[in-house]
Design a protein. Structure first.
Length: 275
């Protein structure tokens, strides 16, 4: 697999589409080729992809890296169809080329001295965590995934995720798979169990879910990180359109940071999670 790196923009890549497949309701897995990007990308970072054949759509669309094969150069993202841009990307064909700006943003940092890694994902918030679980597969700590979706057909790659985790809790709004209700319910029960384990919490998904996770982290004095899904345009801080409010910790703190440049990963105790 090869890629063409533009000499005038270090991270502007012309990437060949390898495959496109539907993996859940209204959700597609798009894989493109870039040896350079596969070497550079880290879990939590994202790629901004130009929408092909839609000249009136000026802004690129951001997607978390969902899976990276560092050996073959295959880079995969999950696309949920929510508008014309994402819909157009689900019509690309293998062999076409996409203009990709990447890798963008910061990434998750997992300290080696933890006992348990707790991941809380809602809906498409699962996107960055498949890659992360691949990267930490050899680490000795326990990996626990709490994964919620609207219904059974909205889950992505559950069997593969199960093989990468020590425990997997599934919830659906309609009860069609796993426990019925919000994904925060099994997380609450898990955290209420006795034990002084060194835990780290990661979360991505709907705002209310992340608010609940933030509250639980505060209650149990747990460190954690949140990956925000703010609307982005440029992807590198020029347009100032993805501001994230930070918790006021004094006059020296910046009240707002940018999701694309300073995030999308933020310490869970430093960010205002608000609809």
């Amino acid at each position: 697999m090869t890629d063409n790196c533009d000499s005038h923009a270090k991270h502007l890549l012309n990437c060949r589409v390898e495959s496109l497949a539907q993996v859940a309701f209204n959700t597609y897995r798009l894989t493109f080729a870039s040896n350079w990007l596969a070497e550079q990308a880290q879990p939590g970072q994202f790629v901004n992809i130009a929408v092909p054949r839609c000249g009136d759509i000026l802004w690129r669309r951001p997607f978390s890296f969902h899976q990276i094969d560092r050996h073959s150069g295959a880079c995969t993202v999950l696309i949920q169809v929510i508008g014309r841009g994402s819909e157009a990307l689900t019509r690309v064909q293998p062999g076409e080329h996409l203009s990709c700006l990447a890798p963008l943003g910061n990434h998750f940092v997992i300290p080696a001295e933890i006992d348990e890694l707790l991941i809380v994902a809602g809906g498409l918030g699962i996107a960055p965590f498949f890659f992360l679980l691949q990267e930490v597969a050899a680490q000795p700590y326990k990996k626990v995934l709490f994964y919620g979706a609207a219904s059974a057909d909205c889950f992505c790659r559950v069997d593969e995720l199960s093989s990468l985790t020590s425990q997997l809790f599934l919830t659906t709004d309609d009860g069609s798979r796993g426990e019925q209700g919000l994904v925060i319910k099994p997380l609450q029960r898990f955290l209420a169990e006795p034990g002084g384990k060194r835990r780290l919490v990661l979360t991505c998904g709907p705002t209310r879910m992340m608010q609940a996770v933030q509250n639980l982290c505060k209650k149990y004095h747990l460190p954690g990180y949140v990956s925000v899904e703010n609307l982005m345009a440029c992807g590198f801080g020029a347009c100032m359109g993805c501001a994230v409010q930070m918790i006021d910790k004094g006059l020296s703190a910046k009240p707002f940071l940018l999701a694309c440049k300073d995030g999308p990963v933020f310490p869970i105790d430093e960010i205002v999670i608000d609809e």
